[in-house]
Ligand binder design. Structure first.
Ligand code: NIG
Ligand code: FE
Length: 404
């Protein structure tokens, strides 16, 4: 097996065990064997055995190294765009007004259904490339703009194929319960039956890593969401939830009862909801892009989440309606400026805690035994990743041990 040694770098390992902010190791060395990290620590402590076995040395040129970034909540496979609704909202219409009038998610469903798999791939690829270009090495992609078996399948297959040739892994989440499609208007429970049939079919095709739902007054109730979670549970699939985005529906408590990997959005999360998430070990996925783009004024209860020790992740929510955003680095800045996260919390939110939100134990930190997914940045200090607006200081990505 190859043994590659990276030196001359400062490593933000995100390992709490180092006892330093960001798990910082100055003058670090990283040893890669195969697709994994075999050793990470101060260069001065690098065991001689690795030096003896070394097949390739890499000089990082003094770069800052972080784990590969993880975007744990996106809807980036979709057809069309919603620039017209953006104009309507600027004239005073609200996101909910537009959804109730048959626009919103439904308009993207129409465009997504009309697109062939090839067209969907072509339209979505630049979004994944943009994320990868900023050092993202794992991306979660949800379905939810097909809302019929063939189109949900098409979306998930396109999502799975999108990473081919890119230094990025895609995880797919089934979000059949995103909205009620027009052919089921006024018949939400009938559509729910459809969702309950789609799920095992898509799972049998190996296309589902997790199950999500939009629990909201304009979407699915907690009782309806519960049915979906029960179905996921019976298939052994983990769940997550779009919860308390526009109102407090008690979705977080429900999700916690199912041991949800994460609850996402959470602007209206109550203290009870936060406590339930803490008990269940669910991650709070914060989506500052959607907060910004919808001009929300109610902040997610960051202090309450901290108090309960709920891990916080940060993601783009890349989607055409509430967050047409393909920059996870911009989300780091927004998480700090809008939500008052510290830059250290924000970076943990796109690495360690984002991995947790996807149930992935093999990444999110620089540590022996974990995947060798890491990024070299033209920076001195990890706070600079959150500080800059619109910069891309990425020098190089290493994905599964391979320098790109
Ligand atoms: O995460 N809240 C529900 N789903 C998306 C928005 C979907 C859309 O408007 O197209 C979100 O904000
Ligand atoms: Fe979302």
């Amino acid at each position: 097996m190859n043994t590659e040694i990276w030196t001359n770098c400062r490593a933000a390992t995100l390992q709490p065990e180092w006892g330093e902010p960001y798990g910082l190791v100055d003058d670090a060395a990283l040893v890669v064997q195969g697709e994994a990290l075999a050793w990470v620590g101060p260069h001065a402590a690098l065991p001689q055995a690795y030096v003896d076995q070394c097949t390739q040395r890499h000089d990082a040129g003094g770069a800052l190294v972080t784990p590969g970034l993880i975007d744990c909540h996106t809807h980036l496979v979709y057809g069309g765009d919603r620039a017209h609704e953006f104009e309507l909202r600027l004239q005073g219409a609200s996101y909910e007004d537009i959804a109730r009038a048959g626009g919103g998610i439904a308009s993207t469903v129409k465009a997504t259904r009309e697109a062939s798999a090839r067209q969907l791939h072509t339209q979505s690829l630049p979004r994944l490339k943009a994320l990868a270009g900023e050092g993202v090495t794992t991306v979660e992609i949800k379905s939810g703009y097909g809302l019929a078996l063939a189109h949900e399948r098409k979306t998930l297959e396109v999502a799975r194929g999108l990473a081919n040739g890119l230094p990025v892994d895609v995880r797919t989440t089934f979000l059949g319960a995103h909205a009620v499609p027009p052919e089921f208007a006024g018949r939400t429970d009938d559509y729910l039956q459809e969702v309950l049939q789609m799920l095992p079919a898509l799972h049998a095709l190996g296309l589902v890593d997790a199950v999500d739902a939009f629990c909201e007054r304009i979407a699915f109730s907690t009782a309806q969401t519960q049915r979906i979670f029960e179905a996921a549970q019976s298939l052994g699939l983990p769940v997550k939830l779009h919860a308390e985005q526009l109102s407090d529906s008690g979705g977080a408590q429900l999700a916690a009862r199912f041991g949800a990997l994460s609850c996402d959005h959470l602007e209206w999360l109550s203290a009870d909801g936060a406590a339930a998430m803490a008990r269940a070990g669910s991650v709070a996925v914060l989506l500052p892009g959607a907060f910004y783009f919808l001009r929300e004024t109610r902040l997610p209860p960051i202090a309450v989440l901290r108090e309960h020790g709920v891990p916080m992740a940060v993601s783009t929510d890349c989607n055409p309606g509430s967050s047409p955003c393909t920059s996870l680095l911009l989300m780091l800045n927004m998480a700090c400026t809008l939500f008052r996260l510290t830059p250290e919390e924000a970076l943990a939110g796109v690495t360690r805690h984002a991995a947790q939100a996807l149930g992935l134990k093999d990444r999110g930190m620089l540590a022996a035994g974990l995947r060798a997914d890491f990024v070299l940045w033209d920076l001195n200090h990890p706070a600079q990743l959150s500080y800059a607006i619109g910069a891309n200081p990425r020098l190089q990505t290493v994905h599964k041990g391979q320098a790109v």
